[in-house]
Design a protein around this ligand. Structure first.
Ligand code: 13P
Ligand code: SF4
Length: 301
């Protein structure tokens, strides 16, 4: 039996469904039941009837799925698959802003721990952040943890006052402007598609800025046939499937998310066979508050 056959057999036996983010290894995306960006995956986790979800992504993704579905079993193929940005804000930052601004909304990127979500009023993803912030009644916005996404949103919503936090994604933060400029010079006809976790100097080079799904949709519907991609290189699998005819170019220093790459077929087999690495939540009060921020996001888009 191949690994793929073994996973299919175990899925049926355990009434399990496999959700995967676009940054995981191609062989994992190939066998996943649903692949998507963070927003799509959190919605899918709620809609699907299966008793067990195998979440092929980093821990905040599995944790969000569990917060939204406490009655379901969420299995993580590798418990060490983490997103460093998900921890990059302190409680003091939030408390200081709350004390300073009476009408403050704390807007939390889904790339955050349950504890951080619990300090917040509403969650967002890169696919819905602009829309959600625009519709908030509050004038003052503390956007955590990602400073780059915060600045991107602030530019689209100039009527609000933003307070920033110094979190960032190491993969997008360290993308080299010079490498993208070089690709642009070599391929002047190419469209440049980038993720809003990139710093401003990278965003300034872009024809389109959006979530991983947004980038894939743009390429799917574009008349162009060469694209320079400013996000984690795992998206190349879905991009190439969407546009077999097109050329997708990535920066010379390949943007790789180590957490996402920890997920392998062997680890999926292991958690399905043994029911191991079940996502567990912390205390009830934190869960309730974090779930409220997540549900508010899903109800608003
Ligand atoms: P998306 O929601 O756009 O898929 O982004 C998730 C992420 O972690 C980007 O680094
Ligand atoms: Fe976190 Fe960056 Fe990896 Fe996305 S690419 S999961 S933001 S470390």
């Amino acid at each position: 039996m191949t690994k793929q056959e073994e996973i299919r057999r175990l899925k049926e036996e355990k009434d399990a469904v496999i959700l995967a983010h676009y940054y995981v290894r191609p062989e994992v995306q190939e066998l996943a039941d649903y692949i998507g960006d963070s927003y799509y995956l959190s919605k899918k986790a709620v809609e699907l009837p299966h008793r067990t979800i195998v979440f092929c992504g980093v821990s905040f993704m599995g944790e969000s799925a569990k917060l939204l579905n406490p009655q379901k079993t969420v299995l993580m193929p590798d418990t060490r698959a983490d997103c460093p940005m998900a921890h990059m804000v302190t409680r003091e930052t939030v408390e200081r802003a709350r004390a300073q601004y009476e009408d403050l909304a704390v807007v939390c990127y889904i790339n955050s721990t349950a504890e951080i979500k619990a300090w917040s009023d509403v969650c967002v993803t890169s696919a819905n952040a602009v829309q959600i912030v625009k519709n908030l009644p509050n004038k003052n916005i503390l956007f955590i943890p990602d400073r780059n996404l915060a600045h991107f949103v602030a530019r689209q919503v100039p009527e609000k006052h933003f307070i920033y936090n110094e979190g960032f994604c190491p993969v997008h933060e360290h993308m080299k402007e010079q490498e993208l400029r070089k690709l642009k010079e070599q391929h002047p006809e190419a469209k440049v598609l980038v993720h809003p976790e990139c710093p401003g100097e990278i965003l300034a080079l872009a024809d389109y800025i959006g979530s991983t799904s947004g980038i894939i949709d743009y390429a799917k519907n574009s008349p162009a046939s060469t694209f320079i991609i400013g996000t984690e290189s795992g998206v190349s699998y879905a991009l190439q499937q969407a546009r077999e005819d097109a050329l997708f170019l990535f920066p010379e220093t390949e943007p790789v998310c180590d957490g996402m790459k920890r997920i392998t077929l062997d680890k999926i087999i292991d958690v399905l066979a043994n029911g191991s690495n079940e996502m567990m939540l912390g205390d009830d009060r934190t869960n309730l508050a974090a779930e409220k921020a997540l549900t508010r996001m899903i109800g608003r888009v």
